[in-house]
Design a binder for this molecule. Structure first.
Ligand code: MG
Length: 404
């Protein structure tokens, strides 16, 4: 009788992980068990599945703040996700955490976003108010658990628990109860019992915040909606611009802004690494499960937290609520709301697979099927559908601006 040499569940991590890091060899596993895929470890494999997913490719045409056709150089959900992965990996390596898991969570964290950013989500949530609501974190999990249709043996991407746990960043009590009923001890369990996710997931949450605060300043200035005098009112930006000018007197324009933001981000990441390291040393978790039972360990210092919050408040007031952004937001809400109305009234306006799913009750009732379909759209596909179904062309002002 021949025997097959037993393969390890996953190859060892190439550099020594900290004891509190998520070790891919000790993963809680996948919902559908699969044989290992050497030489990749289980979290590299998750990362690869995310990169090859349809939802990931769609991020390139989804709004971060500025709708896609307002200009070629603004961040999209895709470039935002790559920047989060870059910041997260830098911090993870310094802390000897699992970079592959950080990268997988970062690349997947916005997969559930609707077209047109938060405006699209708010509109879809309003449409779904009587049907369980819509929330992009939950939708990201739904994309990787159910909606991707690429594999013969399962729906979704069948990712590891640790990746799914990181994707489900927030979850309200009602949704948590529903998810836990379907999957006891799954990633929603911590929203019932209390507790934190892995340190890698905590790190990605902060990397997300740091990434968008910096790049939204950059895009805000590029768009002309923020000017230099305004941004100099933000203490963190003022500090790093002053430092830059001391070393490079006379530096102007985009180079000055680039240097300022680069230095600010470096300082924030250093602060994050230092504070997280201190918290880990103080509370000394013995492994990644001990991390889950402790208060949050990934953190900024009190001073940096204050300055980062000031920066976010500035962005909220000066950019996100800028009349020009608000105008686009209002039109985006109209597009999403109208699409929802038309598809709900006439499901056959959706591609056959979605219309059939709505009829069969697969993926729940009609409203959820419509919400899944709309949430998966890119900005430009949603606009094409809106034009086809209503004959109207929104965002004429934005199109005109981008042509100038
Ligand atoms: Mg994000």
């Amino acid at each position: 009788m021949t025997t097959v040499a037993q393969q390890p569940l996953s190859p060892p991590y190439p550099c020594a992980l900290a004891p509190w890091a998520s070790d891919p060899q000790k993963s809680r596993g996948r919902r559908v068990p699969e044989p290992p895929s050497p030489p990749r470890n289980e979290h590299q494999r998750d990362r690869d599945r995310i990169v090859h997913s349809t939802a990931f490719r769609r991020l390139v045409y989804k709004t971060q703040v500025f709708i896609n056709h307002e200009g070629d150089l603004f961040r999209t959900r895709l470039t935002h996700s790559l920047e989060v992965a870059q910041l997260g990996r830098s911090a993870a390596r310094a802390l000897r955490l699992n970079e592959d898991l950080v990268e997988a969570i970062a690349l997947a964290h916005d997969l559930g976003h609707t077209p047109f950013g938060h405006a699209g989500q708010d509109a879809l949530h309003e449409c779904m108010r009587e049907h369980g609501g819509f929330e992009h974190n939950l939708q990201s999990l739904r994309v990787v658990d159910e909606l991707e249709a690429r594999y013969a043996a399962f729906d979704g991407l069948n990712l590891c628990f640790e990746t799914r746990e990181g994707i489900l960043k927030h979850c309200g009590a009602r949704n948590a109860a529903r998810l836990v009923q379907a999957e006891p001890h799954g990633p929603a369990q911590r929203f019932i019992n209390g507790g934190q996710p892995s340190l890698e997931a905590q790190l990605v949450n902060l990397a997300d915040e740091l990434a968008y605060s910096a790049h939204d300043i950059d895009d805000g200035v590029r768009s002309g909606l923020l000017d230099e005098d305004q941004i100099m009112q933000v203490p963190l930006l003022h500090h790093w611009q002053t430092q830059t000018l001391q070393e490079h007197p006379g530096l102007l324009g985009r180079r000055l802004l680039g240097e300022t933001l680069r230095r600010m981000l470096s300082a924030q990441v250093h602060d994050l690494v230092h504070c997280t390291q201190s918290a880990v040393q103080a509370l000394a978790p013995t492994n990644s499960d001990a991390v889950r039972a402790l208060p949050p360990l990934a953190a900024l210092s009190t001073a940096m937290r204050l300055q980062t919050t000031q920066l976010k408040h500035f962005l909220f007031e000066a950019l996100y609520r800028h009349p020009q952004v608000q105008q686009v937001t209002d039109q985006a809400k109209t597009v999403v709301t109208e699409l929802f109305r038309v598809y709900t009234e006439d499901p056959l306006q959706m591609p056959l697979e979605h219309a059939q799913a709505a009829r069969s009750g697969q993926h729940q009732a009609l409203p959820r099927t419509v919400a899944d379909y709309i949430a998966g759209m890119t900005d430009r596909f949603a606009l094409r559908e809106y034009l086809r179904l209503t004959g109207r062309q929104p965002f004429a002002d934005a199109l005109q601006r981008s042509a100038q």
